[in-house]
Design a binder for this molecule. Structure first.
Ligand code: TNX
Length: 618
């Protein structure tokens, strides 16, 4: 026990030292303005939390959070006591005071040795609380301290999104809640829930029960990578899973309590094999036999634009809108081949009757029809950028995923746009490094730095149209993500970079500060909390070759409390090898070559990829 305490205290002073040099004081996403001040507030069992709106979600969140951490702190409703008798010392005050003129979602946070004041309205107050929680540093035996600071903060973008595909692989309710937790902690406010696709329909629809009794089950799943001519290996294992309407409502409420809006996606007219397998009349050839998708890619069978199909989609969306109260309904619209429409007599007739140019125009016809309906219900659609090619629907918001081009075109037509380009690091199913040690993934390449470097406002867009870029999102497609642990691995720490590009003013971004001074502390917290995440390689060596006669290798551990182990004999390092404690001096005789290999092992035992540096004296 004593040993643990010594370690904890040492760790804590290490944290304090790291924070000492960091002008952002460890906060992710970095705030708009932050000024470190003198003094330190100590949270003690006598500290009182004063609130002006006891039912505020931020207050409830803080209460629950502190309780779960074992803090016994009293909350006092300022309206129930004589204002003059309110204590002014050893208090944490959560109020709307001074927030009238603040931008939306803004907060102010002031910490002195006597008190902490957080002011904000709605989400603003909630984000003030999130920042406070990041600033609390607990020592082993006390309730924690917060260094003096003055912060003014608000987001760069109003839409800060994270997506999860639960169709290719299903994720349980508890995991979805955890996903929302971590989003909220990093001030992301829109969870895009990809609920249906070729390989599974995962939301209960009462009027159409076969969508889940049939559509949520596939007989087996493709093993390994997918590209058209891969080997045909399947796992021979049935796969299923869906959310009941009660579970959905529970999750919607859970997200609401954390200022996270959920955007449900019901894919149409493509990526709909699961629905077609359940109700073949949705297709252009109802006599054909259909099955829920077992492999990945794009399927040629798609929804047929008959009145029967459109009616069914409207009825499905009616139930969906009842479960999800938010403004946006995502209707998909991506990757929809026209083969089935081209071969259909019905479609030929429709093209004539509705004066459509050809079968390619059917997607626009479909989307506009659904959009009219969604608009009548007082909601708006979001679609993937193919809806731009299909002739944009009037109020549609566009998610630009095939690069930025679709988003740029849409913004110039004064449509709202959410940037989520796969080519710029925002596809979290892509590999996090070029190393062969990365787990199976879809290909592509999205390092932490690439995510961080992305600016959601494309250079090509003139100032007049920039306001139509309402935000940014990263997508986690799950063809190759079969477990919650892997989803966390793909999500973290890239989501922290996403949070900073979505929230922090561009001029405050600083990758070196993010990577060296803030990320290590956050990874230590995630490590202790039991999250999976990708452990970055030792900072300082990166599969490079250097030439010279004498070498000094300096490495930094990217996880606080983690250790770097290394070898110089060419073998793969592990915890039984040399522990890195200080820069390694390595003089090398002429004609010699030496390889230094290193690995990070975190306090919970997670391991990074192995990186190396090769030194040669020619
Ligand atoms: C394209 S992004 C898709 C998804 C895949 C993803 C894999 C988009 C709108 N469609 O169906 O899962 O690529 O990266």
């Amino acid at each position: 026990m004593k040993k643990i305490m010594v370690i904890l205290l040492a760790l804590n002073s290490f944290i304090a030292a790291a924070q000492g040099d960091d002008h952002n004081m460890g906060i992710i996403p970095a705030p708009v303005s932050i000024q470190k001040t003198r003094g330190e507030f100590s949270i003690t069992p006598e500290t009182t939390i004063l609130v002006d709106s006891p039912n505020h979600r931020a207050v409830k969140f803080l209460m629950d959070h502190l309780k779960s951490k074992g803090y016994m702190i009293s909350f006092v409703d300022m309206n129930t006591i004589d204002r003059k008798s309110i204590a002014t010392k050893n208090v944490i005050v959560l109020s709307a005071d001074g927030s009238e003129k603040m931008p939306i979602e803004a907060y102010g946070l002031k910490v002195t040795s006597e008190r902490i004041d957080i002011s904000g309205r709605g989400a603003g107050l909630f984000y003030g609380v999130q920042t406070l929680l990041q600033l609390i540093h607990s020592k082993s035996l006390s309730y924690g301290t917060v260094h003096g600071v003055e912060i003014t903060d608000y987001p760069r973008f109003s839409y800060r999104g994270m997506h999860l595909d639960v169709a290719r692989h299903f994720f349980p309710v508890d995991f979805i809640k955890q996903y929302i937790d971590i989003m909220a902690a990093y001030k992301l406010n829109n969870f895009h829930w990809h609920l249906t696709d070729d390989q599974g329909w995962r939301i209960e629809i009462k009027k159409y029960p076969k969508l889940t009794t049939i559509g949520s089950n596939r007989d087996q799943t493709k093993v390994g990578g997918f590209s058209g001519n891969d080997s045909d290996l399947y796992d021979n294992t049935p796969y299923s899973g869906y959310y009941t309407q009660d579970q959905i409502r529970e999750i919607v409420q859970y997200a609401h309590d954390r200022y996270v809006n959920i955007i449900p996606e019901i894919e149409m007219p493509g990526h709909s094999m699961a629905a077609i397998a359940a109700y073949p009349q949705l297709s252009c050839d109802p006599k054909k036999k259909y099955e829920v998708g077992q492999t990945w890619g794009v399927y040629n069978d798609v929804l047929c634009p008959t009145e029967e199909t459109l009616k069914m989609m409207r009825e499905i969306l009616d139930e969906v809108m009842e479960m999800f109260p938010g403004k946006y309904i995502h209707i998909g619209g991506d990757e929809c081949p026209t083969n089935a429409w081209g071969a259909s007599d019905f479609c030929r007739q429709l093209i004539q009757d509705s004066a459509l140019k050809d079968e390619k125009a059917i997607e626009g016809y479909f989307v506009r029809s659904i959009e009219r309906f969604v608009n009548q219900r007082g909601r708006s659609i979001i679609g993937w950028d193919e809806i731009v090619d299909a002739g944009l629907s009037p109020n549609a918001t566009v998610m630009s995923w095939r690069g930025e081009a679709g988003g740029i075109t849409a913004a110039r037509q004064k449509h709202d746009v959410i940037m989520t380009p796969g080519t710029n690091g925002l596809y979290f199913d892509h590999a996090q490094s070029k190393s062969t040690q990365e787990p199976l993934n879809i290909g592509g390449y999205a390092t932490l730095e690439k995510v961080y470097d992305y600016d959601p406002i494309p250079k090509a867009i003139s100032e007049t149209f920039q306001k139509y870029i309402i935000g940014v999102q990263a997508n986690l497609w799950t063809e190759y993500v079969a477990t919650p642990a892997k989803a966390e691995y793909m999500l973290l720490p890239r989501m922290l970079a996403l949070s900073e590009i979505a929230w922090t003013p561009k001029d405050n971004k600083d990758y070196h500060n993010f990577l060296y001074e803030r990320i290590p502390h956050h990874l230590a917290l995630l490590d202790a909390a039991g999250y999976d995440y990708r452990v970055p390689e030792p900072l300082g060596i990166n599969d490079t070759l250097v030439k010279g006669i004498k070498f000094t290798t300096t490495m930094t551990c990217p996880v606080e409390g983690g250790k770097i182990f290394y070898t110089i004999d060419g073998s793969d390092p592990r915890e039984t090898d040399l522990l890195y404690t200080e820069p390694i001096e390595m003089p090398l005789a002429k004609g010699r070559k030496m390889q230094l290999k290193a690995i990070v092992i975190t306090p919970s035992g997670k391991r990074s990829n192995i990186t190396q540096i090769t030194m040669v004296n020619k």
